[in-house]
Structures are given as C-alpha cells and as structure tokens.
Ligand binder design. Structure first.
Ligand code: AMP
Ligand code: MN
Ligand code: MN
Ligand code: MN
Length: 278
C-alpha cells in the first residue's frame, strides 16, 4: 500500500495536505508522496502529518512540461523542497500559469462565455492556478456540465481556448530533477498522445538525460497497458513507479491508494536512488 502520486489543495486537489495524509492512513497507506503540480507548497504540512501518523513520506512534485507542443508530466521524488534552483524555476512557472489564465479567460470571453479572473480565483485553493480551477468556474456558471466537457471543448489540447505552457521543456525537467539529486518518472505514459515509435523516441531521449522510471501503475491502466510499459522500461533499465493521482472531488471515482506499488518495488526505487550516496 504505497501511493506515489497524489494532489492537495496546494495544486488542484480538494483535500488539504493534512487531510490527504489522514485519508491515506485510513486507507492503510504505509508510504506516500505528495506530488502537487509545479509546487512544494504542501510538502512541510503533509510531512508533519505523516510523521504524526507513522506514514513514510516522500517529497514529490509533478512538473507540467512541454515537448513539441505536448503537455507531458514528469514526476520528481526525493528533491529537497528548499532547493534554490528548483524553487526559482517554480516561481517562474507559477507566473506563467497566471499569465496563461488571463489568455484563456480572454479567449473564453471572445467565445461569448463571460468569465472573470475573480470567478476563477474563487476556485483556487492554494498559491497556484490550474485549468482545473478554470473548469470549476465554468461549471459553476453553467457553461459546461462536466469537467471533461470543459477540457474537451475549451481547455484541453484540442479545445477552442487552449494555450500551452512552454516554460519548462520535458528534457530540462528530467535534467533539473537529476541535478537536484532527485529521482524522475514519466507520469501516466498512456495519456501521452503518441504511437509506439514516437513514444520510444521520447523515452529514449529522456533516458539519455537522466530519466529513472516510468509510471506504469495508474488507475484504469489495463494489465496489457502495464505489461507494455513494463517491457519498454525493462529493456531500457528504467524502474517503475505508480500511484492513484488522487485529486479529491476534482477527480471522481479515484481514492488514495486505489493504485500504487508494493514494498518490494518501493525498496528497489530507494536502492536505485540512494545507491552510491551517503
Ligand atoms: P494545468 O495544470 O493547468 O495544465 O491543468 C492540468 C490539470 O487539469 C490536470 O492535472 C488534471 O487534473 C486536469 N485535467 C486535464 N485534463 C482533464 C480532463 N480531460 N478532465 C478532467 N480534468 C482534466
Ligand atoms: Mn491535476
Ligand atoms: Mn498528470
Ligand atoms: Mn497528477
């Protein structure tokens, strides 16, 4: 019962970091990582609660990166949340998110969907704006019934109000994690809109730049999917990670630890990571 992929109110989840850890405890979790998008804001609070409840806690983060115009997520583990270089990049990325929000709102307004920055900010629970919050504001105004509709029609890669974030390239995220002494994993590879060849190309390029693992245990990945990515990983001497991608009420039907990894794999990750380090 180990969950290496969760979100709190510090990015686009609906549970506070402490509440998230409490829920993990209730679900029998023995070790976990908080992996908010582009922020370490919740780490200290989650760690404190995890210590209280006797859960092993890993500092994590999920970087939103750009690869050829595609939105690709890279998980970083075991980074010191006070690392100055990483934090200065995170500051930039937060600013880019703000600027993007204004562009999206402007585009939605042009499409005759009236939305203000105040209405979006009302949905924001931490220090960072995500499209999840814009989708919530759109639902509240009755422009869409479902979150998926907001993404499919407007906010997603093929949506009419899509604006990419280009502030962090995928390769640079992997390098930055390595330089910061972290362990990187390519998040939910099945959600990347690439066929076999392009996927291998991406993974090979990331591996060359220090990628450590692929996230192969993820909600709704079939046994076939898992076997497919496991094989790709094994052929490249990459490890595997896994988790629930829990977002509280912002992702229906997903609970903490509904997907994850076992102790044996967790030990392998730690062995690979700490090998050769004091
Ligand atoms: P952002 O961090 O602003 O790029 O927004 C990305 C977030 O939006 C993801 O982390 C998901 O939580 C959410 N998201 C992306 N696509 C969808 C979708 N099709 N349906 C619901 N939520 C989505
Ligand atoms: Mn999210
Ligand atoms: Mn993701
Ligand atoms: Mn995630």
């Amino acid at each position: 019962m180990i969950d290496l992929h969760t979100h709190s109110t510090c990015s686009d989840g609906t549970l506070e970091p402490e509440e998230l850890v409490e829920r993990a405890k209730k679900n029998g979790v023995e070790a976990m990582a908080l992996t908010d998008h582009d922020t370490f804001d919740g780490i200290k609070r989650a760690r404190k609660k995890a210590e209280e409840l006797g859960i092993e806690f890993i500092c994590g983060i999920e970087f939103s990166t750009d690869y050829d115009g595609k939105d690709i997520h890279v998980l970083g583990y075991f980074i010191d949340e006070n690392n100055p270089k990483v934090n200065s990049k995170l500051k930039e990325l937060k600013k880019e998110r703000e600027e993007r929000t204004y562009k999206i709102i402007e585009k939605l307004n042009q499409l005759k969907l009236k939305l203000t920055i105040e209405e979006v900010m009302e949905e924001v629970t931490g220090d960072l704006i995500s499209r999840t919050h814009i989708a919530s504001a759109m639902m509240k105004k009755g422009y869409v019934y479902r979150r998926s509709e907001a993404f499919n029609q407007y906010l997603g890669m093929r949506g009419r109000a899509y604006f990419p974030k280009e502030g962090l390239k995928t390769v640079d995220a992997v390098k930055m994690i390595r330089e910061a002494g972290g362990f990187s994993s390519l998040a939910h590879p099945k959600l990347i809109p690439y066929g076999h060849e392009k996927m291998l190309q991406l993974i090979d390029e990331l591996k060359e730049n220090g990628l450590d693992a692929l996230e192969i245990y993820y909600p709704n990945f079939s046994l076939k999917d898992i076997a497919y990515y496991k094989r790709i990983a094994e052929e490249r001497d990459l490890l595997f990670t896994g988790g629930s991608d829990f977002h509280g009420l912002n992702r229906e039907g997903i609970d903490v630890a509904c997907s994850g990894i076992d102790k044996e794999l967790f030990q392998k990750i730690k062995n690979k990571h700490f090998k050769g380090k004091v």
